[in-house]
Design a protein around this ligand. Structure first.
Ligand code: AKB
Length: 317
């Protein structure tokens, strides 16, 4: 029986992951954790944890006899640029604390399986941008991307050197409606729906032709749980897997929204996030994830747009 700790449970991914894991394993097998108290998201237990507090982490993992940790607490690409040292500290030391805990727990006979998210931000301006391969040039230019690339290397190091079972996905931009995203470059693809449904013209901070890899939340959750459930013998990538969903740019997204809401209009005022997006891939080659653990995206742009318009409308204040 698994006992699962989700750190960063109040975040965009964390809140939905807790819900999905509680459905899969039972509410009393999932512990939602965050630095600030919030909802249970379907879990039975909630704990307040700062992932930078290693002693408290060890205490909670011991107390609840945790067998799996999802470490999702991080500063994203845009907010990371406002506070680079804080982003580095949280993103790197948060991961290191979990990896060290998994190493010492494993050595004591209590294995701890870990999930940690990497990102398309780990790529950079010299990465081949179309159908970006699993293994290629990686020269990230944001502090967030640098922390993701370093984190990927740390994950593989802990697998090879200490036998820690840590698994990772390079998430594309994630689109969802339940919890707001937290300071990313891909957030425009969520904000646009809120503006459209308020009947406002959306002022987009990326240029119209900025194509980026994106994924709808249900696909992202399915990818995450499939990877964690895959037999370890099938995994050939121990840094982080490319996972593709749908690639589109703001113009294409606006057009798709317009097909459902003909009055919708958009303007473009690219800001500093445009320079970040310009260094990221446009699409990903995820054939290794497909071959190793059967990954296949299901949700198309049209399906995502219809579902967002339906649900953002319902949840809108
Ligand atoms: C961001 O935009 O920073 C994130 C990401 C792609 O990792 N959504």
């Amino acid at each position: 029986m698994e006992k699962i700790l989700v750190i960063g449970a109040n975040g965009q991914i964390g809140s939905e992951l807790v819900e999905a894991l509680a459905l899969q394993h039972g509410a009393d097998h999932v512990i939602a954790a965050d630095i600030a108290p919030a909802s249970l998201y379907g879990a039975k237990n909630y704990v307040v944890i700062d992932v930078l507090n290693a002693a408290r982490l060890a205490e909670i993992v011991h107390q609840y006899q945790i067998t799996q940790v999802y470490q999702l607490a991080a500063l994203l690409s845009a907010t990371g640029e406002q506070a680079p040292l804080k982003a580095w500290d949280l993103n790197m030391n948060g991961l290191l604390n979990i990896l060290e805990l998994a190493r010492t727990r494993g050595e004591a006979g209590h294995p701890l399986k870990v999930f940690w998210p990497s990102s398309i931000a780990a790529f950079g301006p010299n990465t081949p941008p179309v159908n970006t391969p699993q293994y290629t040039i990686m020269d990230p230019s944001t502090i967030y991307g640098i922390s993701k690339l370093a984190g990927e290397r740390l994950c593989e190091y802990y697998v090879e050197k200490y036998g820690v079972d840590v698994r990772s996905i390079r998430y594309p931009g994630i689109i969802s409606y339940k919890s707001p995203p937290g300071g990313g470059t891909t957030d425009y693809a969520i904000a646009i729906f809120h503006a459209a449904l308020r009947g406002e013209t959306y002022d987009c901070f990326l240029a119209p032709d900025t194509t980026l890899p994106m994924i709808y939340m249900p696909d992202a959750i399915r990818a995450t749980i499939s990877l964690m459930d895959a037999p370890v013998s099938q995994l050939t990538v121990r840094s982080s897997y490319n996972v593709a969903g749908i690639s589109f740019n703001p113009r294409e997204l606006a057009l798709s929204i317009k097909q459902n809401l003909p009055a919708f209009t958009i303007h473009y005022t690219p800001d500093s996030r445009q320079a970040i997006a310009a260094t990221w891939p446009q699409s990903l080659d995820d054939s290794q994830a497909k071959a190793d653990w059967g990954w296949q995206a299901k949700i198309t742009l049209e399906m995502m747009v219809k579902d967002m318009l339906k649900n953002v409308r319902v949840g809108q204040t």
